[in-house]
Ligand binder design. Structure first.
Ligand SMILES: CC(C)(COP(=O)(O)OP(=O)(O)OC[C@H]1O[C@@H](n2cnc3c(N)ncnc32)[C@H](O)[C@@H]1OP(=O)(O)O)[C@@H](O)C(=O)NCCC(=O)NCCS
Length: 343
């Protein structure tokens, strides 16, 4: 298998990178399908059959992205027994930052007391955590940093229109944080290869049209509900069921692998039907696939760390496992990556 990392910074100090700890944060309040059926014209059977979602978690008013991101980061650091003062870099993947600026990473840095860390946000929606993993790993592989926190966190309830039955049934709040550190040899865990692609021609199919430089916020944008997420569900569904498995297959093939070689598949939790179509293409049994969409819904950048946490807690992910991650979302964006799990 190939490791796709090349260091331009300090070639004499090229490391492997691995994930050594994961923490999560999910708000306690649950919004069930029955709750939603009292708000819009829908029902539990329709939502369950079309998406696989039963419940999603929603923050109380006033709880922010940086609040949950800091909670997840502190849990992650506590599990790694690493003081926040040792963190070098914080990358927050989110489309629901506390504010347009400053970056949520700066707020998290302050909240957790990571006094020497720098940081920034990444805005690539549901592909956010997958892409952030690769970006964070590069800083470790180059030898530039020892301890990198990557956070995938979204408060989707802040941009969801709870009168739009096509979107409000899907999304929830929450996410998690992973610590990336160096690894000396493959068996101790490492990032192997990745394949990421965007198709910007599909940007309009999943977007928040108001409040940016294209249509700055005004009374009219609010009246027209342009600050809420809009999606063309069937178009996104088609993209997801084709592009995500395509990338997985191409990534496996170029590493001389098939779905049978993968121990654990951790896909973005967008829709159970999307996950199952990818699993069919990969020819792997559902026992190898981590699914928790029934509980959390689609938390956008939060789904992958939440799924890692589920896999660990259920004892289905262990040291040495070859893990395939996959995601897709707004952009339109998609990706897949191969990782040897470290613990
Ligand atoms: C949104 C999604 C669940 C809709 O499922 P679908 O099978 O494509 O359903 P359609 O949009 O074709 O709608 C079928 C019918 O159900 C209706 N419908 C839509 N939402 C509904 C709901 N919550 N409850 C009941 N009926 C609903 C539609 O109005 C339509 O009715 P009609 O046939 O009378 O016009 C599905 O398209 C999807 O999951 N898309 C991908 C979304 C996604 O993953 N987004 C995040 C990407 S990271």
């Amino acid at each position: 298998m190939t490791t796709s990392f090349v260091s331009n910074m300090s070639p004499d100090k090229v490391n492997l990178a691995r994930i050594t700890s994961v923490g999560i944060a999910v708000p306690p309040r649950i919004l069930s399908n029955d709750d939603l059926s009292k708000m819009v014209d829908t029902n539990d059977q329709w939502i369950t059959e079309r998406t696989g979602i039963k419940t999603r978690h929603i923050v109380e008013k006033g709880v922010t992205c940086s609040d949950l991101a800091a909670q997840a980061a502190l849990e992650c650091l506590a599990k790694a027994n690493l003081p926040a003062s040792e963190v070098d870099l914080i990358i927050v993947a989110t489309i629901t930052p506390d504010m347009m600026l400053p970056a949520t990473a700066c707020l998290v840095q302050h909240k957790i007391g990571a006094t020497k860390a720098w940081g920034f946000d990444m805005s690539i929606a549901c592909s956010g955590f997958l892409y952030a993993m690769q970006v964070g790993a590069q800083f470790v592989v180059s030898g530039a940093h020892k301890n990198v926190l990557i956070i995938g966190m979204d408060i989707m309830s802040s941009i969801i229109d709870y009168t739009d039955r096509q979107t409000c049934i899907i999304f929830g709040d929450g996410g998690g944080c992973a610590l990336i550190q160096a690894s000396q040899k493959e068996e101790d865990g490492c990032f192997y290869d990745f394949l990421h692609e965007v198709d910007g021609s599909g940007g309009q199919f999943l977007c928040v049209p108001g409040g940016g430089s294209q249509t700055p916020a005004s009374q009219k944008t609010v009246e027209d509900r342009m600050h809420f997420l809009k999606q063309d569900g069937p178009v996104v569904f088609k993209f997801a069921t084709k592009r995500m498995p395509d990338l997985c297959v191409r990534l496996l093939e170029r590493n001389g692998l098939t779905g049978k070689d993968i121990d654990v598949f951790i896909p973005h939790q967008a829709n159970l039907r999307i996950i199952k179509s990818a699993v069919d293409r990969l020819g792997m049994p559902m026992e190898k696939v981590i699914v928790n969409i029934d509980k959390y819904g689609n938390t956008t950048a939060g789904t992958l760390p939440l799924a890692i946490d589920t896999a660990l807690k259920e004892g289905r992910l262990k040291r040495g496992d070859l893990v395939l991650f996959a995601a897709m979302g707004a952009g339109l964006s998609a990706g897949a990556s191969l990782i040897r799990w470290a613990y």
